[in-house]
Design a protein around this ligand. Structure first.
Ligand code: DQA
Length: 151
């Protein structure tokens, strides 16, 4: 049997993790975060593919790939969280479970970060857990996907 597969997507500016506002986003780099995700996936019997783009259209194209290539999506859409109807439409279009991650607690920050186009269509949301949020999201996704198989 094939392992359940999860696409881990990071949006704009998350390639700068480690150097970008470390007081808010911490010291780990994107490659540290991706390694944490691969380690968690190995423990959880998931297959993961980690990708990052600063381009909205690229994130949308990757979400579309999930129709045939992945069972679920863990996404930190960065600032597109607060602006992108197109990413939300893509997620609805592929009809796969999505877990939204934010490293910082967006609700403690500027008002424009309080609204998310993704949250109303997300299976779960991890906010303000630092980079551990990605691992927690994968743990939850493993449970969500196991329940789908059992149905
Ligand atoms: C973020 C929060 C967003 O508001 C911001 O634009 C980001 C990162 C987070 O992980 O805390 O780029 O998604």
């Amino acid at each position: 049997m094939q392992l359940p597969s999860v696409l881990v997507l990071n949006g704009p500016n998350l390639n700068l993790l480690g150097t970008r506002e470390p007081a808010i986003y911490g010291a780990e780099t994107l490659s540290d975060v991706e390694q944490m995700c691969r380690d968690a996936a190995a423990r959880l019997n998931l297959r993961v593919d980690c990708r990052q783009s600063n381009a909205e259209h690229q994130l949308i194209d990757w979400i579309h790939e999930c129709r045939t290539q992945f069972d679920g999506i863990v996404i930190n859409p960065g600032a597109y969280t607060h602006t992108s109807v197109a990413i939300a439409d893509a997620i609805v279009g592929v009809a796969k479970p999505v877990i939204e991650v934010h490293i910082s607690n967006v609700h403690k920050r500027e008002a424009f970060r309080h609204h998310s186009y993704i949250s109303p269509i997300a299976e779960a949301i991890l906010v303000g857990c630092g980079t551990q949020g990605y691992v927690l999201a994968l743990e939850r996704m493993a449970t969500v996907l196991a329940k789908k198989v059992a149905k």
